[in-house]
Design a protein around this ligand. Structure first.
Ligand code: AHG
Ligand code: MN
Ligand code: MN
Ligand code: MN
Length: 331
């Protein structure tokens, strides 16, 4: 007897509590496109060994990164699946230098900013990676997009989420009313609700940062990290966990508590992570789970990016831990 009262992503989106959502049906259709792109990406990663999909594509992107073959597979999957929903007005991808137009006959009302494959340097080692997306209402009233559709504070996001291609494939989503986790059930090919209303604890005992950059850290970052490593904060020394895939490090922070940091430093004053498709969507998720996300001085969601690939320092996680961090940066 199969369990027929599974709450799938689609049935969850169409439930009564979302009846207040504007354009609920169009949004559910959009999310079916995003879910399809995530399933295609998950499958490509699992088959990479058989289909020679590991390794480099032999090109670099706008960030001068060596693009992986799977970066391109994921990017193509997201662009095609999103256009096919006919719900998208324009898109921004980590892997595309400028705003991606949508043909007029397929144009819709949502703007999507996405990182098709996050943590791709980990792929060949079979370490967990993810995809990140943010969903915004369009601003332009005519059929031509402009910068005002994309250069806006994260507070204007309609929804945000990520897929995590780990031991299980999950899709974690917020519509601005809590955070909900769905796990891919391969037997039916559906994302099924498994984590309702995820909350992050107010204080954790794990810190997550690339200590290989410590020689470049600002004094405030170095003093904060020392305070949690040495126990001088008055609490037992924190454990260190760093995977090098933002989605994996933030997902663990969401579930176990603590703080994830990618600070600005003397080598990279704005840090490494990009605002529109890494910092903003994951900040929305963390805030919606009861945590905090700051650039050291202000909430990341209040920042207005000046360019579509703008980088931003980010400290996100348990609210008390991020507040402690800010106290060092505000001194
Ligand atoms: P992407 O693979 O989308 O380019 O992102 C990689 C990012 C992020 O996933 C991770 O937190 C960070 O790079 C790790 O950077 P370092 O290797 O410099 O620590
Ligand atoms: Mn990249
Ligand atoms: Mn990324
Ligand atoms: Mn990426």
């Amino acid at each position: 007897m199969c369990d027929t009262n599974l709450i799938t992503l689609n049935t969850w989106l169409l439930r009564e509590e979302h009846s207040k959502l504007i354009n609920r049906v169009e949004f559910a259709n959009l999310m079916s496109g995003i879910a399809l792109a995530c399933k295609i990406t998950s499958n490509a990663i699992k088959r990479a060994g058989f289909e020679q999909l590991f390794g480099l594509a032999g090109v670099t992107n706008v960030h001068s990164e060596d693009v992986k073959k799977l970066d391109i597979v994921a990017n193509d999957a997201f662009k095609t699946a999103l256009k096919s929903t006919r719900e998208v007005f324009c898109m921004v991808s980590e892997e595309e230098e400028s705003i991606i137009p949508v043909p007029e006959h397929q144009s819709g009302q949502f703007v999507i900013t996405f990182d098709p494959l996050d943590g791709s340097s980990n792929l060949d080692a079979n370490v967990s990676v993810g995809s990140i997306f943010a969903i915004w209402p369009k601003v332009s009233t005519d059929s031509n997009f402009s910068d005002k559709d994309v250069l806006r504070p994260g507070r204007q996001m309609y929804a945000a989420g990520y897929a995590l291609y780990g031991s299980a494939t999950m899709l974690v989503l917020t519509l601005g009313n809590g955070v909900f986790g769905f796990t891919l059930d391969y037997t039916v090919g559906e994302f099924v609700l498994t984590h309702a209303d995820m909350k992050i604890k107010p204080r954790g005992s794990i810190y997550s940062i690339n200590e290989g950059n410590s020689v470049f850290w600002e004094k405030a970052t170095a003093e904060y990290v020392n305070s949690i490593k040495s126990g001088s904060s008055g609490r037992a020394p924190y454990s260190s966990r760093y995977i090098g895939s933002m989605v994996s490090d933030v997902h663990r922070t969401l579930l176990y508590g603590g703080i994830f940091m990618y600070p600005g430093d003397t080598k990279s004053p704005n840090g490494k992570l990009r605002y529109l498709y890494e910092v903003a969507p994951l900040s929305f998720i963390v805030e919606q789970a009861g945590g905090k996300s700051s650039d050291g001085k202000q909430p990341c969601l209040d920042i207005v990016p000046k360019t579509i690939h703008q980088r931003n320092p980010v400290f996100m996680g348990s609210s008390h831990d991020v507040t402690d961090l800010e106290s060092f940066h505000k001194k």
